[in-house]
Design a protein around this ligand. Structure first.
Ligand SMILES: Cc1cc2nc3c(=O)[nH]c(=O)nc-3n(C[C@H](O)[C@H](O)[C@H](O)COP(=O)(O)OP(=O)(O)OC[C@H]3O[C@@H](n4cnc5c(N)ncnc54)[C@H](O)[C@@H]3O)c2cc1C
Length: 251
């Protein structure tokens, strides 16, 4: 037994490794198809991830997630990285900041994601705002009962399969950075392009435009003006999620 791990962590590592080997069987198929796999297969692999306790690993167990500590999440992601970097987003990991939504937002957005019924994506980067996400130019203008969003977002990972996006935009004349839940099917949301990448992950990194998209007040995450702080929390977590499998792949 590897003494670096507790018996529970060794068990978790084994389950993650077994699951990653299952994914691996479909790596070639995904590569050949340039990414996508048949929906029934994705559903089957999703169910297997849930059964193995490696789905929604960053969400509390009382909400249906795997309820793993940060260290345990790294152990799981490292195993995923050893086996595959192509099918990583089948065992879904909701954006961590979704946990900060109020009860209504949790019921409407987060819990279906944890159950594998819906998918989220995070839209911060813009054509002129990448490394410095505080320099975005997307705006949210006050209207009756909510906001009208206008702007353009790039590199929205998994935006092609997402049901809703968390969009960072500057609210009001004070330009307060804020995160908005945006239903992808809402009028004014357009997925303009899905650029090709060198990798062949199952999902893409599309670009979106938002033209006078109405977002109700109740669909602001974490309060007006807190968007940048939440985005930083998300990108720290997302960086870890990217780094751990990369370390695993290097083993
Ligand atoms: C695969 C992939 C997935 C992504 N997923 C998402 C997502 O889900 N949601 C989302 O919102 N965004 C996402 N992004 C966007 C990502 O966050 C940006 O690409 C990243 O922040 C860099 O921005 P940029 O591409 O505009 O590069 P730039 O900011 O233009 O940087 C270009 C180069 O200049 C350097 N540089 C920039 N500023 C400085 C500075 N002040 N001093 C010194 N050097 C500097 C950078 O290090 C880099 O080498 C994704 C990107 C990729 C490639």
């Amino acid at each position: 037994m590897d003494m670096r791990y507790t018996p529970e962590q060794s068990g978790l590592k084994r389950r993650a490794a077994d699951y990653a080997r299952l994914l691996m069987r479909y790596e070639d198929q995904s590569e050949q198809a340039g990414g996508p796999l048949p929906q029934e297969l994705v559903t089957e692999l999703t169910r297997a991830a849930m059964d193995a306790g490696v789905y929604a690993i960053n969400m509390p167990a009382e909400w249906g997630g795997a309820g793993l500590s940060l260290l345990d999440q790294v152990i799981v992601e490292e195993e995923f990285g050893k086996a595959t970097n192509c099918l990583w987003d089948i065992p879904w990991r909701p954006a961590n900041v979704l946990a900060q939504g109020d009860e209504r937002q949790r019921e409407k957005y987060l819990l279906p994601v944890i159950r594998g019924e819906k998918f989220d994506a995070f839209a911060v980067t813009e054509p002129g705002a990448g490394s410095d996400p505080s320099s975005g130019t997307s705006t949210a203008t006050r209207t009756d009962g909510g906001w009208l969003l206008n702007g353009e977002k790039w590199f929205v990972t998994c935006g092609d399969i997402a049901d809703f996006l968390l969009v960072q935009a500057d609210a009001g004349p004070e330009r307060l950075p804020t995160l908005f839940f945006v239903d992808k099917a809402a009028p004014g949301v357009e997925m303009t392009r899905v650029p090709r990448f060198m990798h062949s992950a199952v999902n893409g990194h599309p670009e979106f435009t938002f033209t006078d998209v109405f977002v109700a007040d109740e669909d602001v995450l974490g309060g007006v003006g807190n968007g940048y702080e939440l985005t930083k929390e998300w990108s720290t977590d997302d960086g870890l999620r990217l780094a751990a499998p990369t370390v695993g792949a290097a083993h």
